[in-house]
Design a protein around this ligand. Sequence first.
Ligand code: F6P
Length: 356
Amino acid sequence: MRVGILTSGGDCQALNATMRALAKTLYANVKDLEIIGFKNGYKGLMYEDYIKMKPTDFSGIIAQGGTILGSSRCPFKMMRVVEDGFDKVKAMKRTYKKLNLDALAVLGGNGSLKTANLLAQEGLNVIGLPKTIDNDTYGTDYTFGFSSAVEVATRYLDEIHTTAASHNRVFIVEVMGHKVGHITLAAGLATGCEIILLPEIPYDLKNIEKKIKQRKAQGKNFTVIACSEGALTKEEATFSKKKYKALVAAREGRSVVEYIAKDLANDMPELEIRTSVIGHAQRGGAPDAYDRMISTRFGIEGARLIMNRSFGQLVVLKQGEVGSIPIEDTAGKLKYVDPAGKPVMNAKLMGVCFGD
Ligand code: F6P
């Protein structure tokens, strides 16, 4: 049996741990197994850039961050593009056939799973493993990388708290998560932030100001705001997709926290405000224990799917159980924080302000 593996999209912790479990399970159960590792995501499949893996390649990597195969962003929209007569989908199918693969395991987030779905529809034997710090893949309660990213964000927010308190400052800290607020909500709650801004709950600046004043009245002269990179105002939430895209483009990569800081300073000039962006450290370093454990379970399930020839499936976690769903059920959809769900509603009960 010949199995291809690739890691696609933004990296995260536990990519190596997942591949290790998948490979070890296959090696233990499949005779004459050959694993082909494609380099730098779908690019490796497109341009026949691969390594013939050995069992030892998967040893000693459970705690290693990043990906031993490399990764790249390869947006779904690009897939149909034919550049200089080079059809990318055709090229990937050609490599798959040329290498005589029996299966392809894709470790990827939402964009990469869309592509995996496309390849499955084109007749390739694909399985998916849900990777992303954002935890926004629809159909699974968990994507590996999330817990480790929350750890990094938590440590960062803890550190900001001490300096914010010493200087009686307001800090607005940008947390990753793309269009969803799972990391911000988890790390915000874990560090006792009393203001948490999520894309799913558009904010009104007045409510943030009210909360800062309330804290001051309680003798708390500092505030740390956990702010999702995709946070937006109530007004911005009414914008059409096109208008919102234009707004983000006009910011030329400057963080949303800068804009909130500017508006806040305008209304409350008495505040000493600082901003801070955690950034890509959230995806870096060693996976935490939970990610190592869950990605091991995911990898084993991925191998089981391949051995049972259950293709077109995505490994998922549902209510504590590892299983699988058709990749097409997740492709193109996001899993958002539920603004009316218990984590948010209970936090509100305790007095956390979401700006709504
Ligand atoms: O999807 C993971 C993620 O880290 C998001 O949280 C973030 O919006 C994005 O990737 C950053 O992407 P890039 O690595 O291309 O800067």
